[in-house]
Design a binder for this molecule. Sequence first.
Ligand code: FAD
Length: 356
Amino acid sequence: MAATLAGEAAARDADGAFPAASFQALREAGLLTASLPTSLGGQGVKGAALLTLLRQIGRASLPVGRVYEGHVNALGLIQRYGTSAQLARAARDADRGELFGVWNTEDGPGLRLEAGPGGLTLVGGKTFASGLGHVTRPLLPAEAREGRMMVLLPTGREPGVPDPSFWQPLGMRATVSGRVDYSGARVQQEDLIGQPGDYYRQPEFGGGALRFLAVQLGGAGAVVASARAALRELGRAGDDVQRLRFAEVAVRLEAAWQVTREAQRRLDALPDGADPAPLLAYVALARTATEDACLLAAEAAERAVGARGLLAPWPTERLLRDLRMYLRQPAPDAARLAVGAWLLDAPDAGDPWEEA
Ligand SMILES: Cc1cc2nc3c(=O)[nH]c(=O)nc-3n(C[C@H](O)[C@H](O)[C@H](O)COP(=O)(O)OP(=O)(O)OC[C@H]3O[C@@H](n4cnc5c(N)ncnc54)[C@H](O)[C@@H]3O)c2cc1C
């Protein structure tokens, strides 16, 4: 399966089409339902096992990893906040190969859910909608009078007006992350998942960052592997400068991965109703460690392979573009600030990362 993903990645980067063969392979491997409970036909993959799966998929193809992470996220939100009927339907749809996604990012006034005499209607749209035209069941957080509501439109009803021209990215082209306008789309009561405000409920919302960190670390692993292949091909892998360069990268990437796994362990162990602040500070630590490690890996790969290694047919150039693009996640400076604040505002001089 990893070979299918990696094999399709270069072609889809070149033509900008969605990696349909990769998702067919994921479906055949049972991975579209893997995160669902076994009672619903899934494999109950969650926690650290889910992070490992995301890292493996991200290593094979960062664009596929991004879209798959959205699929898993949507199913998780339905599992956590939806009714049993909504979850059963989602499980059936995923088993049939329907692709889910979470489209939260927006610009301007964003997406609103308005109640009128004729019922509920959407106004506005989303940007960075990964898998646009291929995700058949997008979960759309929309601002309503009572707070932010999750709307899960059924396949085929109210597909929105897509604007793929928005998507002219540095990398991650195959995610087809366009803009979409839902103005005028009709929403039924049964399309609503959970209660107002559930989407941003903590610690699940902040802890969700751990999934994209796993995908990013997979992408960084692919960059390192391709730089390694280029160095070996050029007969330069034995050079001490290159060895020192990659030693630093190995330490930072592995440390980031272990901190990410530890953050997931803490998230899984957090009792219901506990103060999420220490966990969220630890997630910010994992975000910061991962961003720094991945940027270091990208720079090391560029320096190591040089211009010759950044030409096709070496995959390093594409993998670097994908990684640098996907590293851009919301408010990275705020995450770094949260780490510093947690350390400097701690009431005593003990270990700020020790679990209570
Ligand atoms: C390939 C790809 C696929 C994506 N797919 C999806 C998807 O399917 N669904 C979805 O919902 N989203 C998606 N996104 C969007 C993603 O989740 C982020 O919202 C987006 O990447 C963040 O972009 P940004 O770098 O502009 O973030 P920003 O948060 O705007 O950060 C940019 C810079 O601004 C700074 N900054 C942030 N906030 C402030 C502030 N208030 N004041 C001052 N400075 C600030 C940051 O520290 C940083 O320096 C996707 C993104 C990518 C790259």
